[in-house]
Design a protein around this ligand. Structure first.
Ligand code: NAD
Length: 258
């Protein structure tokens, strides 16, 4: 029996590096997965690959997580396709511009806020009725070490990822108070090998190994992360193994913030 057998998960930004790893892991452990992304072709390719291994377990949807109407319709469609919704993984996120405060702009902030934090409010709002109905729901919000510690040039990203961290606790306490048996936790990765690191590879003159080695310098375990390093934590939080865990934050950072 899989660790999330019989569960039903919606994963946003699933065409990306981390989302794909999470979708594969949850599906291999017995869940049905609704994989959504602005990049519909990417989400469809992922669902097709998962279904080729585990027939009937993955469903792809186009979704811009900043659009409230799409949240309403995608959640309904995912519930129809999977027969319910017990896990919400708010994973879609963007880095925004690398810019210091004096040069920063409202345009940059509004874009990053919409994708990184407003999307999570909307996701919780539209998924909660179904998570409650499932009898044992889990919300996993993907923040970052950048939500717990700052870095120059990352104002909008730092602020929105810190907001994810705190908002997760608010939702966790509301669910606990209401006795809905829905939990909410946040996950805080350090650099993980996904396309989100492309700007760092460009800064290293296109040399991927050199970029990874540079990024690993501040990490006690002396490497950057693999997508599965994050997916294993998400799997635990999505499963009933973590049934006493809510309002918590999980660093996946090779010891960086220790
Ligand atoms: P990625 O760029 O590979 O994937 C992000 C995905 O989100 C893409 O498929 C993109 O199409 C999608 N997306 C972007 N805007 C969207 C929108 N408005 N609506 C729907 N989908 C949208 O990046 P990743 O590394 O897989 O990132 C996943 C999450 O992990 C993000 O929240 C990111 O901030 C967080 N994170 C990543 C790292 C890392 O180093 N990879 C570290 C810490 C946190």
């Amino acid at each position: 029996k899989g660790r999330v057998e019989g569960k039903t998960a919606l994963i946003t930004g699933a065409a990306g590096g981390l989302g794909q790893a999470m979708a594969w892991m949850l599906a291999r452990e017995g869940a049905k997965v609704a994989v959504t992304d602005m990049d519909l072709a990417g989400a469809e390719a992922l669902a097709a690959a998962i279904n080729a291994e585990i027939a009937g377990s993955a469903f792809a949807f186009a979704q811009d997580v900043t659009d409230e109407g799409q949240w309403a319709s995608v959640v309904e469609a995912a519930v129809q396709a999977m027969g319910g919704l017990s896990i919400l993984i708010n994973n879609a996120g963007i880095g925004g511009q690398f810019v210091w405060a004096e040069q920063d702009s409202l345009e940059n902030w509004r874009t990053v806020q919409a994708v990184n934090i407003e999307s999570i409010m909307l996701g919780c709002k539209y998924a909660l009725p179904h998570l409650r109905a499932s009898g044992a729901g889990s919300i996993v919000n993907i923040s970052s070490v950048a939500g717990l510690a700052a870095a120059p040039g990352m104002g909008a990203y730092n602020a929105t990822k810190a907001a994810v961290w705190m908002y997760t606790k608010t939702v966790a306490l509301e669910c606990a108070k209401a006795e809905w048996n829905v939990r909410a936790n946040s996950v805080h990765p350090v650099f993980i090998k996904t396309p989100i690191l492309d700007p760092f590879i460009a800064m290293a003159g296109g040399d991927e190994d050199r970029a990874h080695e540079r990024l690993a310098r501040g990490i006690p375990l002396k490497r950057i992360g693999e997508p599965d390093d994050v997916a294993y934590c998400v799997l635990y939080l999505a499963s009933d193994e973590s049934k006493f865990v809510t309002g918590s934050e999980f660093k996946i950072d090779g010891g960086m913030l220790a």
